[in-house]
Design a protein around this ligand. Structure first.
Ligand SMILES: [Zn+2]
Length: 337
């Protein structure tokens, strides 16, 4: 059963349609959840699958894909763009990270299940119906409502030297200020792992966050995306697109999370991108109700670069205030591939 409606993937020009998800609740029984899809096809060539809104409260990437769709003439293309700017539509509509229909986190749901809930159906449709057509994939994320990230490409290490070189070329074309590398198969249920399993080169981004739209990060990402598509031969080189600036490679560390020692109000002292040394004072936590208690200092447990800062400032036990990353000595070889 196909979930893709209103689109013939082999037809030329601009088409819009939807992936139809089914859900039997008070609102959706007998109807569908129509996840919007656009396909732009030009002369024969490679296919890029471009998605945003995997998490509904991450906005920069959604804006970037709306811009690309509306500013691209299919006649310019040598190849095809398959674009889903509001991938987890129920989450996008709810301005939420996960789907309000089934609580599903799409980026933990791959390869999905065709007879599962709407989030599993969506992952399954992507893997079965769209990923097999793709030569490259980009999934544009941001920090969302609960964090600010360094503006970065986010890429899974490995799975082998050749696949890593393909990801590295995409990363360098994208040219964001930072590139965060995580270990191969970092999240087994992620789209990145699904793309690795399918043998399709994929990178993601983290474009800021805070549930906002940062204009500078949107601009950087549009230029980067146009360079990636030009590098793949899909878009012609554009004289208005600046060359890719160099990126700083960092590894997100498995032991890099800094958890709050108490509940209270988080006063960040270390800033995004700051280099911290083990023992540095990086935050204070102020007890909200107990005014006779002193504030609790938070010290860096290791040396690193501040890659993620939590928001909002009210924190509870188990919340990560920061994630620290390490400079990557050599981006040429996968360290764990
Ligand atoms: Zn995300």
């Amino acid at each position: 059963m196909t979930r893709l409606h209103g689109i013939d993937l082999d037809a030329p020009g601009r088409q819009v349609g939807a992936l139809h998800l089914t859900h039997s609740d008070n609102r959706h029984d007998n109807g569908v959840v129509p996840v919007p899809v656009a396909v732009l096809s030009g002369a024969p060539g490679p296919t890029a699958l471009l998605v945003a809104g995997t998490h509904g409260d991450e906005y920069e990437g959604q804006v970037v894909l709306h811009r690309l769709l509306r500013e691209t003439d299919p006649g310019q293309l040598t190849g095809r763009l398959i674009v889903l700017p509001a991938l987890n539509l129920p989450a996008v509509r709810a301005a939420a990270r996960v789907s309000p229909l089934d609580g599903g986190n799409l980026n933990r749901s791959y390869p999905g299940n065709g007879t599962g809930g709407p989030t599993d159906q969506l992952a399954h449709a992507l893997v079965r119906e769209l990923l097999p057509h793709a030569d490259l994939v980009m999934d544009l994320h941001s920090g969302g409502s609960t964090g600010h990230y360094l503006p970065s490409v986010f890429v899974y290490d490995g799975p082998g030297p050749e696949a890593w070189q393909a990801k590295r070329r995409l990363t360098e074309s994208m040219g964001l200020p930072w590139t965060m590398v995580v270990p191969a198969r970092f999240e087994p249920g992620s789209f990145s792992t699904a793309a690795d399993d399918a043998g399709v080169a994929m990178i993601s981004t983290e474009l800021g966050g805070g549930g906002e739209v940062n204009p500078a990060f949107v601009s950087d990402a549009i230029h980067g995306l146009r360079r990636v598509l030009a590098g793949a031969g899909i878009l012609p080189a554009d004289p208005d697109t600046p060359p890719a600036p160099p990126t700083r490679w960092i590894d997100l560390l498995p032991d890099g999370a800094v958890y709050t020692p108490v509940r209270g109000l988080f006063e960040p002292i270390a800033r995004l991108g700051q280099e911290v040394e083990e023992g540095d004072l990086i935050a204070r936590i102020h007890p909200v109700e107990e005014l006779a208690r002193p504030s609790v200092p938070v010290l860096a447990h290791r040396t690193g670069v501040v890659a993620v800062v939590r928001r909002p400032p009210l924190v509870d036990l188990g919340d990560a205030l920061y994630r620290l990353a390490a400079h990557r000595p050599d981006a040429d070889t996968p360290s764990s591939g």
